[in-house]
Design a protein around this ligand. Structure first.
Ligand SMILES: CC(C)(COP(=O)(O)OP(=O)(O)OC[C@H]1O[C@@H](n2cnc3c(N)ncnc32)[C@H](O)[C@@H]1OP(=O)(O)O)[C@@H](O)C(=O)NCCC(=O)NCCS
Length: 171
């Protein structure tokens, strides 16, 4: 069943919930690049503060369900060098227990609308594990195209390698 969610800007107070959700997600190999022990509340709070400061190039959003729980988050941030500052990177995580209910699509729609309306954004890039069929389906259905493949870019704790796919969307 599809979830009804509202999208709003993330606040620094959301950081503990977002960090906890990513730490839990990262326990499943092959979804995120980070290991659970590489994620912490302070870096989430810092990134939200940077991206949501007035005039900053980026957007950090959360999806909230009808119980007022945060069920996903996503962000776009720009590259720092001037010649690639028109390129934004996308990160998205739907929180454990809330996948496959349209939350990811709602987050993508918001970010793509924002990118479309902001003339600074001329390209959005992402990397996705080649085994993450759900995410790849979502990105392709949102208009992202394949740009390449980074072979053996992820090495799991058991020594197994996974390729990363590069995908992009042009507003
Ligand atoms: C990947 C992710 C962002 C997708 O968000 P979501 O809310 O689960 O996705 P939605 O419900 O909006 O859409 C999922 C789509 O994938 C499809 N899907 C589900 N499982 C699938 C599979 N194994 N193979 C192909 N498609 C699949 C669904 O049918 C749906 O497509 P449709 O809308 O055309 O019917 C989310 O599951 C997630 O965050 N997962 C964990 C972290 C992660 O993988 N992040 C991305 C790292 S690059």
């Amino acid at each position: 069943m599809k979830a009804v969610v509202q999208i709003r800007a993330a606040t620094v107070e959301d950081a503990p919930v977002l960090a906890a959700a990513e730490i839990e997600t990262a326990q499943t190999p092959g979804l995120l690049r980070s290991r659970p022990d590489e994620l912490n509340v302070r870096s989430f709070a810092q990134r939200i503060a940077e991206l949501e400061a007035p005039g900053n190039a980026g957007r950090y959003i959360v999806a909230v369900n009808d119980l007022n729980e945060i069920v996903g988050h996503a962000l776009l941030d720009s590259m720092s060098l001037a010649r690639i500052a028109h390129v934004f990177r996308l990160t998205i995580v739907v929180h454990p227990g809330h996948a496959d209910r349209g939350v990811g699509r709602a987050l993508m729609n918001d970010l793509q609308r924002w990118a479309h309306d902001d003339s600074r954004v001329e390209k959005i890039e992402l990397l996705v594990r080649a085994t993450n069929a759900r995410a790849i389906h979502l990105y392709r259905s949102c208009g992202f195209v394949d740009e390449g493949r980074f072979v053996n870019r992820i090495k799991l704790d058991n020594g197994i390698f996974i390729d990363d796919l590069a995908m992009a969307w042009f507003p």
